[in-house]
Design a binder for this molecule. Structure first.
Ligand SMILES: [Zn+2]
Length: 258
């Protein structure tokens, strides 16, 4: 009788010890997990976008990004295609084959707030047809000059899955993206320096989010206010900081609430 009581008490004690070890183990495990989460850097991603697009996007940007394993989204005005000084359909084919996203930017680079609804429809229909004839179906759009009013927005929503603005919040977007028809971007001008770019990249790394860079003419020589000679330095800096680069539609696929 007495030995049974001792055995019972011993068993109780063993269970208590095992339970304590298990609980302590769980707490330790939990602590490790919390530590890992808190130490994880804030999520940051960059998109390179090229508007219009000047020939330098094909002759300069394309090989530069390809050699650094980076993709881009190019917003094309179909009327400019094959015009002197702009990329050709053959260039677009090379972009597409490489994995670049082909985006739309109207047919004539029209200010969508300065033309009637029927004009907006014509712009988008002509662009869509010219792309379709060559096997492209853009889902990303950027309003020329960043000009978009509620009527224009309503119409482009019928044609495209996203719209990129030409400015706003230094090009920074919170993730997940709340309004895919107002993606903010940072236009690169000939006045910007690498100090400006580094300040922007510092902010991106500190705050997390999505930085959308907006380029026009790029290359070793400045061609005007909307050009930059800094692309190769920017690419090198983004690579050095190991910040992921993705196209507009790729980012939205993973970070959109809509
Ligand atoms: Zn443009």
């Amino acid at each position: 009788m007495r030995s049974t009581v001792i055995m019972k008490n011993l068993l109780k004690l063993m269970f208590a010890v095992i339970a304590t070890i298990a609980v302590t183990g769980c707490i330790e495990k939990q602590k490790v997990t919390e530590k890992a989460v808190s130490q994880e850097p804030r999520q940051a991603v960059i998109t390179f976008t090229f508007d219009d697009a000047p020939k330098s996007v094909a002759t300069h940007a394309f090989s530069l990004l390809r050699d650094n394993d980076m993709l881009a989204t190019v917003y094309l005005s179909t009327k400019f295609m094959d015009e002197s000084g702009y990329v050709s359909w053959a260039d677009v084919k090379a972009f597409d084959s490489r994995g670049w996203e082909i985006g739309a930017h109207t047919h004539t680079h029209a200010n969508l707030t300065a033309i009637p609804e029927v004009g907006i429809m014509q712009e988008l229909e002509t662009s869509t047809k010219m792309f379709k004839d060559r096997g492209y179906a853009p889902t990303s759009f950027a309003a020329p000059l960043g000009e978009l009013n509620p009527i224009g927005k309503k119409i482009i929503q019928q044609f495209y899955a996203s719209q990129r603005d030409a400015w706003g919040n230094g090009g920074m977007n919170a993730l997940p993206v709340q309004d895919v028809y107002h993606i903010k971007s940072l236009p690169l001008t000939d006045k910007m320096t690498m100090a400006d770019i580094n300040a922007t990249l510092d902010r991106l790394e500190q705050e997390g989010g999505w930085l959308v860079l907006q380029f026009h003419d790029v290359g070793p020589v400045s061609t005007g206010p909307w050009s930059t000679t800094l692309l190769s330095e920017i690419v090198a800096e983004v690579k050095r900081r190991n910040i992921p680069v993705a196209t507009i539609s790729e980012v939205l696929k993973h970070h959109s609430v809509q």
